[in-house]
Design a binder for this molecule. Sequence first.
Ligand code: HGY
Ligand code: MN
Ligand code: MN
Length: 418
Amino acid sequence: MTTNLPALNINRDRLDADLKRIAEFTDPDLPYTRRAFSPYYEAAREWLAGRFRDAGLDTRVDPAGNLIGRLGGGAGPVLMLGSHTDTVESGGRFDGIVGVLGALEVVRCLRESGVTLSRPLEVVDFVCEEPSVVNLSPLGSRIMAGDVTADMVAEATTPDGGTLPDAIARLGGDPSRLDEARRKPGDIYGYLEMHIEQGPVLERAGMEVGVVTIVAAPCRAVVSLTGVADHAGATAMADRRDALAGAAELTLAVERTVSTPDIVQESVGTVGFLRVSPNMVNVIPGRVDLTVEVRSTQTEALLWAREEIERSLREIADRRGLGATLEWQHLEEPVTIPLGMQEVVAESAESLRLRTLRLPSRASHDAARLAPVAPVGMVFIPCLDGRSHCPEEWAELDDIVIGTQVLAGALLRLDAQS
Ligand code: HGY
Ligand code: MN
Ligand code: MN
């Protein structure tokens, strides 16, 4: 147990003002929507870089497009705090955002209290954590960890039809020097991320803080089912090759697979995207493109679920005379949080006499992507009704302040280890 650490007083009003200000950077018709590389995101980044500089951080955009503020010079492994400020569509006002703004507030408190860390500190807003802008996300943390390479970036495009290199360059990154954004094992002494739970466990248990023990792995596939577009009135049921009816069966097969009693405790599955063509009321769907996502904290459950979904697709397609393709585009492994990193978070929370619970993260995070190159730890705070990735996503300011206080204490404990 680390004792006699300096007290850092989180400035509640200042943090609240930042949270309110960044929420204004959204598509006004879809609050809160700040998709990576969108004009809203670029404007928010400008504002955030200014706040980093105001806090005394030596601020830059690395070649990957990550916004990085550094406190303290010198060589050697850095302490790192961060998360992301891009959102899903009509999604989170707090997902990722509390981690970046909380980290920024910790920096201001360090400077106000005159605390000097023994190591340099970096605060990072990782670019494009959310999927579907490119299928390389979480982009910025994966580039930093060496999991996404320059070749992969060079080939990628963004939904507006632009190239990913151009989008990164617009943020101030430099895709031609992507390797310079990479960190090797040993470069980062420890990474800490505060995040809303995006689930109901803390709230239901009446807990104030979560210590993350493991991060579930998302695995995503794109599926195409092709049948025969035909007249919806003149085609007998026995003569149809209906791609959407097949997609409906597959969707239920995904739900059934992950609801199998021996894996449902730790696994979930979703068909979140579906495109029907020609998508007209009087035409039998000739083609459906959809995504399948399965997640679990158990590797063997992921492997079994993926095989079972592939088997179901073959059976549905054969029986219905449909063409079918499935490509797993995104495969992750569950990430166990090192006990030492769990301890710095738990000790920080317990020193504040907070009701604390150790729990898995069912959502994925930049922390999981940095884990191959750095010891990572996560501080969870409750969110209203456990909701996330929706306009109703909400976190109480009191909880965000508490989480920031725990983040600060965990950072000081990490630094004291040096
Ligand atoms: O999908 C996730 O788990 C994260 O919120 N991007
Ligand atoms: Mn998210
Ligand atoms: Mn997130």
